[in-house]
Design a protein around this ligand. Structure first.
Ligand SMILES: [Zn+2]
Ligand SMILES: [Zn+2]
Length: 358
């Protein structure tokens, strides 16, 4: 019998349904787990995804990002040939889904990117029993433990209180992280206007449209003569050191990322206030998920594959690395790869560069 899913150069392929999950090049039919640009590429003839993911693709790549766009709700099953596809929440960003692929009694779960903890901007990860679980491993090393996000937001609020005369420039990737940081600030009671870099304005509006309350947001372009003392400005991390940031006057450089666990790296990049906030599972969440699901087999992709494969085998769950090409190993799924490469030239072997698996 043909395998239900198999790794191909274009991505994970289901021959029986003739579709790919998160293909890295344009295909006839694609199931898309979420809107990060390395998973949701433009140019497919047909796309199946959540309504949120389709809306994100439209904002980023235009209405003609795909031929036929089919939106599915969480839990809704779509039949493609002999195969059934159901999307379940992945807890990663707004609209992110695990693709549950079934043929008869056989079930493979492609989790896309995921995290297990609560996030006010998206539905929480739903564990699904399966034969094969495909897990990311962006932070698949024991050194990566993400503290509670409330604790990191408290650090930011404390810094704002201690330095009321300084602006706080918070680097956060435009899709997912920026909105989560804003929502967490609001939950913590911060109700002043938050200033936004142009890259995230439309995406914030989209989150609002889907019911995520972000409070008063002001695009920087509409704050021409503003004195930014004491204000929070959210921008993609690629802006650190750019000329326009002088407009902010004396300011604190902050960066919200799972990679901020590596303090030396943060210091080296001039990040005064590192915030360890990640939209990916940390080592604890990855291993707990494998133990909870105990699939017949674990397939690992994205990032630090080897350590999770080794761990999985050690608890009696057969595992294999998928080594899929074309996905952003830094885990932020954003096009600012130049910045990521310079910000995070670190991998498990201490080597450099994206190709070696950041
Ligand atoms: Zn992602
Ligand atoms: Zn990813």
């Amino acid at each position: 019998m043909t395998p239900l899913l198999e790794p191909k150069p274009g991505g994970l392929y289901c021959a029986e349904g003739d579709f790919f999950v998160d293909p890295v090049r344009a295909v006839k039919r694609a199931v898309i787990t979420h809107g990060h640009s390395d998973h949701a590429r433009a140019g497919h003839e047909q796309v199946l995804a959540t309504a949120e993911t389709i809306a994100i693709m439209e904002v980023r790549c235009g209405d003609d990002c795909a031929g036929i766009k089919q939106a599915a709700r969480y839990g809704q099953t779509t039949t493609i040939g002999n195969v059934k596809v159901t999307l379940k929440p992945a807890g990663h960003i707004l609209g992110s889904a695990q693709a549950v692929v079934e043929r008869g009694a056989e079930r493979i779960v492609v989790s896309g990117d995921y995290k297990r903890r609560r996030d006010p901007t998206c539905a929480r990860f739903e564990p699904v029993e399966c034969d094969v679980f495909i897990s990311e491993a962006t932070f698949g090393l024991p050194v990566f433990t993400h503290p509670p996000d409330t604790q990191e937001i408290a650090k930011l609020l404390h810094s704002i209180a201690v330095f009321p005369e300084r602006a706080h420039l918070v680097g956060a990737y435009s899709l997912g992280k920026a909105q989560r940081i804003i929502a967490l600030l609001r939950e913590a009671g911060y109700d002043a206007p938050i200033f936004l870099h142009g890259a995230m304005v439309e995406l914030c509006k989209l989150y609002e449209r889907f019911g995520v309350r972000l409070g008063l947001l002001i695009p920087l372009t509409e704050a021409k003569n503003k004195i930014f003392s004491g204000s929070v400005v959210i921008a993609p991390p690629s802006v650190f050191g750019e000329r326009w940031t002088r407009r902010l006057g004396d300011h604190v450089n902050s960066f919200a990322s799972g990679w901020m666990r590596i303090r030396a790296r943060a210091r080296q990049q001039g990040i005064e206030l590192p915030l360890i906030v990640s939209d990916h599972a940390d080592w604890e969440e990855l291993t707990a998920t494998v133990e909870e699901l105990r699939p017949r087999e674990l397939w690992v992709t994205h990032g630090q594959e080897d350590a999770l494969v080794h761990y999985s085998r050690s608890i009696g769950v057969p595992a294999r690395p998928l080594s899929l090409k074309g996905y952003d190993e830094t885990g932020e799924g954003e096009p600012e790869t130049g910045t990521q490469a310079t910000l995070f030239p670190l991998n498990a072997n201490g080597g450099n560069g994206k190709d070696s698996g950041l």
